[in-house]
Ligand binder design. Structure first.
Ligand SMILES: [Zn+2]
Length: 477
């Protein structure tokens, strides 16, 4: 029996199937038996090595993201095969919770995609799937992952369980009753439920550096989406504590601030970028009513006579007409026209009025001395613009870099020994990374080495947290 080649093939196939289902312990057992029975087998040792690597990843959360990205570039295949790392989180009906303290910058979880699609936007065919039960439609990559998800769940009901119990937008959700996956010995997949789940749980990803390098603009040419069943259970908070990055279809979730054991892990579904009414509308689309402190401040502000919407519109128009690339070109040729700087400062003042301290900060009683600050994210782009525009007046540019970080809710304290960063209310973005890089640049020029070094470490940490890895990091230039 042991020397029947068919037996060897069966062991190999069983091992491969278990590997694909991420059951690495069983896969290893099969490959081990294969090698024991057929010591000269070529594939066995290779499979054992690979399976052991997956088990280490799942256990330790140590990944070589740069090598993964290189492989994606070499093979032009965005699908990764690394093991999910889920030991630091607990999946509860209400969301994801940390099982231990997690420091800012550290990995919270990594997860393989259940399904993912990444195709150029300019393909001639457009897929549309219409759900007659609710008159809603899926299109593009959402259709591709819907088809793949239905297939996967049908061929392997145990896999279907991971995805069919996700939030599907209906009120009693996640489902209180387990979803039947097999009826009369036949797998069943409710394709309309699957569609609702895709609509609610899928999100876009970028398989390459385009998320970081906006100038590449690739992000807008590729239609990508996927479902990560565990990561999909994270809830939104405008004052989120985690950020999602990707290498290929592999999601990397890192802590953007220190997270305590048993604290909920939250991400940003859409940014609190100053257009509060728009944000509320977007969140309603997901059936979310955010009750974070920032939303409370915004709601209180809306009760007053003033509104931010018209100023935000002016800001958007201004930044469209005077993008940072144009500012950089003007700096090469000479100075920024003073009327442009004046206009930016006028907008800054107008925006400032829409973030009254009494709502967006906690001050020492009867003073303007700030104890705690909420993010004023709507001002970040104007402050970033002013930071660049004052490039030839470094002390002013440094002030604006600080303002950008304050807009992101970071409290920055600079001492001769380095920088201390209070991340309590921070909302991380690439604009904050740029501001920290400017601080590094300023103190490098001023030859204050300890502060420059500290700023560099923080800029790198923020980049890694936002993007998952150091891939695409470009210093100040
Ligand atoms: Zn909120």
């Amino acid at each position: 029996m042991h020397h029947d080649p068919k037996y060897g093939k069966a062991l190999y196939r069983a091992g491969r199937a278990a590997y694909e289902l991420s059951d690495y312990a069983f896969a290893l057992k099969m490959f081990q038996r294969l090698v024991d029975a057929f010591p000269s087998d070529q594939d066995g040792p290779k499979e054992i090595k690979r399976t052991r690597l997956r088990m280490q990843e799942a256990q330790n959360g140590v990944f070589e993201f740069e090598a993964m990205a290189q492989e994606i570039a070499d093979t032009a295949d965005y699908r990764t095969q690394q093991a999910s790392y889920l030991r630091r989180i607990d999946v509860r009906p209400k969301g994801l919770f940390a099982t231990e303290n997690i420091a800012a910058g550290e990995i919270i979880l990594c997860e393989k995609a259940f399904v993912a699609s990444n195709t150029p936007k300019n393909t001639p065919a457009l897929s549309v799937m219409i759900n007659p039960t609710n008159n809603r439609a899926l299109h593009g990559s959402h259709v591709a992952i819907w088809v793949e998800a239905v297939r996967k769940a049908f061929h392997n009901p145990s896999l279907g369980e991971h995805i069919l119990n996700l939030h599907d937008g209906s009120p009693a959700n996640p489902a209180t009753e387990p979803i039947p996956l097999v009826v009369d010995g036949m797998p069943v997949v409710d394709v309309f439920r699957m569609q609702n789940i895709i609509e609610h749980a899928a999100f876009g990803f970028t398989a390459d550096e385009s998320r970081i390098r906006k100038d590449v603009q690739k992000a807008f040419k590729v239609d990508s989406s996927g479902v990560w069943p565990v990561a999909a259970r994270m809830n939104h908070s405008c004052l989120f504590n985690a950020s999602r990055g990707f290498v290929g279809d592999f999601i990397i979730v890192r802590a953007s601030k220190d997270i305590l054991q048993n604290e909920e892990v939250t991400v940003m579904f859409c940014p609190a970028d100053g257009n509060f009414e728009q944000l509320q509308q977007n969140l309603e689309g997901w059936g979310i009513c955010c009750d974070c402190r920032l939303c409370k401040a915004e709601i209180d502000f809306l009760k007053g006579a003033e509104s931010r919407a018209s100023v935000m519109y002016e800001v958007t128009q201004f930044l469209k007409a005077q993008p940072l690339l144009k500012v950089a070109r003007m700096l090469v040729d000479g100075e920024i026209p003073s009327d442009l700087v004046k206009e930016a400062k006028r907008l800054e003042k107008a925006l400032q009025k829409t973030y009254p301290l009494k709502l967006f900060a906690t001050c020492v009683p009867n003073t303007n001395k700030i104890i705690e600050l909420l993010p004023t994210f709507g001002m970040a782009n104007v402050h970033e613009w002013l930071m660049f525009a004052h490039y030839r007046q470094p002390p002013r540019a440094l002030d604006y870099a600080h303002f950008v970080l304050m807009d992101h809710g970071y409290k920055v304290t600079i001492q001769s020994s380095g920088i201390s960063l209070d991340r309590t209310n921070c909302v991380l973005s690439m604009t904050a990374v740029k501001a920290m890089q400017y601080i590094e640049h300023f103190y490098t020029q001023a030859n204050v080495k300890e502060v420059a070094k500290s700023a560099r470490a923080l800029a790198e940490e923020m980049h890694v947290t936002y993007n998952g890895s150091m891939i695409g990091y470009q210093g100040w230039s």
